[in-house]
Ligand binder design. Structure first.
Ligand SMILES: [Zn+2]
Ligand SMILES: [Zn+2]
Length: 298
């Protein structure tokens, strides 16, 4: 009897020990994940050191929609090519000046009135600044990123999550910040499908009408009367393919708009309140003419 009791107690102790071991193991792995997810600065410093990139280049690549994993596999030539792609002569000169020895520590000062967000979740980067009219702060950023995610999933019609899709890297009203882009303000959000690089993009809303369609520039504007906004989609391919979007034609919910092109590797979406807008607002010279798109795309 006594022996049986001891045996039973031993088994019970073993079960309890193994249970607490499992718990302890789980706790450890959660801690590790949290550390990685919450410490992008450490990841960026590690990549900068290993690859001999400037921290601002890593920052700029994050703003351009690349994940830490992708950046850690790049060469410096690839980095330069990506970061100078859309720059004009003057902006390019500033980019190159920032690469001169001795100036790498100098960071541009955020424009007056911009709000700082320490960490943008889901790979959105660190120390990001937002235009006064979007009023984005540390306490509102999680909701904005969550809405951007919903919009991204809808436009790509996907169930993937970060980092298979990205949606937090360059948000609406975000300051260009990086060398060459100090006078830029992002007019919309950038979403990227990382698994299907030529993923189809669909209209997140219905009852729209095309107000501008550029098969050469690969962008389209759609006016949605019930929302009172014009939505602009950029960096698309195949918008002249099957089901071409022609000016004046109606746009249904989830209608095919085009495909994410492999050069830009993301789709840009912006929203303005101009009636049947036929412009593509650029955000250059810090002119933020759009409105936050999140409520309209999700
Ligand atoms: Zn963009
Ligand atoms: Zn407009």
């Amino acid at each position: 009897m006594k022996r049986k009791l001891i045996a039973a107690l031993t088994i019970l102790t073993m079960i309890l020990c193994s249970a607490s071991y499992v718990l302890a193991t789980d706790d450890k792995s959660i801690d590790k994940n949290d550390l990685q997810a919450n410490d992008p600065q450490a990841i960026e410093e590690q990549i900068a050191q290993e690859k001999d990139f400037y921290l601002w280049q890593i920052d700029a690549l994050i703003d351009s929609g690349y994940t830490y994993d992708e950046i850690s596999k790049m060469t410096i030539e690839e980095v330069d090519k990506i970061l100078t792609k859309d720059l004009n002569e003057e902006e390019l000169a500033r980019y190159n000046a920032a690469k001169e020895p001795g100036v790498k520590a100098i960071a541009a000062t955020a424009p007056a009135g911009y709000t700082r967000v320490a960490i943008v979740p889901d790979g959105g980067g660190t120390d990001e600044y937002f235009h006064p009219s979007v009023n984005t702060t540390d306490s509102t950023i999680a909701g904005i990123v969550a809405d951007a995610k919903l919009g991204c999933k809808k436009i790509f019609d996907t169930t993937y999550n970060y980092p298979s899709i990205t949606y937090a890297n360059y948000l609406s009203g975000e300051w260009g910040e990086d060398p060459g882009r100090e006078n830029w303000c992002h007019e919309g959000i950038d979403i990227a499908h990382k698994v299907y690089t030529t993923a189809a993009a669909y209209s997140p809303r219905g009852n729209g009408v095309v107000t501008l369609s550029s098969t050469s520039g690969k962008y389209v504007n759609i006016w949605f009367p019930s929302l009172g906004v014009t939505m602009n989609f950029q960096h698309l391919n195949d918008i002249d393919g099957t089901g071409a979007l022609l000016e004046g034609e109606p746009v249904d919910l989830m209608q095919f708009l085009g495909r994410q092109n492999t050069t830009d590797a993301h789709v840009h979406v912006q929203t303005c309140t101009h009636y049947k807008c036929t412009q593509v607002h650029s955000g250059r010279e810090l002119n933020y003419e759009c409105v936050k798109p999140y409520a309209y795309i999700k």
